[in-house]
Design a protein around this ligand. Structure first.
Ligand code: SF4
Length: 175
């Protein structure tokens, strides 16, 4: 019998959620025994595949490219999981929102850098950094900054077995 498939995606996050996924240590072997990892920053596959069973998405939607990517991933995923506080609420990337896109870019990039990239190179930012569910339908939310490794392990195991785990039994916002 074919194993269910898992993808992980990194949008506008610090990679901490993926580090926590790796921090499941030997439990990652158990997860990989029951699921096929088909796309992730930690493996070298360029194209997001069709009909993925579960996708963990780290990070907020901050750029036009992020929005296009999450829409593509939504079309190709059965169970889309907002993975960590940035994906669930906007969290750290959304701190720029009160200041506006133009002012944030001015503060973040010096004139020298802006001149260097004047013909393109900086990603086109959305007016605000927003959580996933402002762009696409999300099926499951895992809070935490980052979610602890045992939360990721237990929640994934539950989802793969067909149950709907209560995420807050293992993790909470800002943890
Ligand atoms: S939720 Fe926390 S650990 Fe995860 S990407 Fe955002 S800032 Fe990093």
């Amino acid at each position: 019998m074919n194993k269910p498939t898992l993808a992980t995606l990194w949008l506008d996050g610090c990679s901490g959620c993926h580090m926590s996924f790796l921090d499941t240590d030997e439990n990652i072997l158990e997860i990989l025994n029951i699921i096929d990892l088909v796309y992730s920053p930690i493996i070298d596959i360029k194209e997001f595949p069709q009909n993925v069973d579960f996708t963990l998405v780290e990070g907020a939607v901050n750029t036009v490219e992020d929005a296009q990517k999450i829409e593509e991933v939504r079309r190709k995923t059965k169970t889309l999981i907002a993975f960590g506080d940035c994906a669930v609420t906007g969290n750290v990337p959304s701190l720029r929102n009160p200041f506006g896109k133009e002012d944030t870019i001015k503060v973040a990039y010096s004139d020298e850098i802006m001149n260097f990239f004047k013909d393109g190179g900086l990603p086109e930012h959305l007016p605000k950094a927003i959580p996933l569910n402002k762009v696409v339908e999300v099926d499951y939310f895992i809070p935490g900054c980052p979610p602890p490794a045992n939360a990721i392990y237990n929640i994934l195991k539950g989802l793969i077995s067909g149950s709907v785990p209560v995420a807050t039994e293992w993790t909470r916002f800002g943890r």
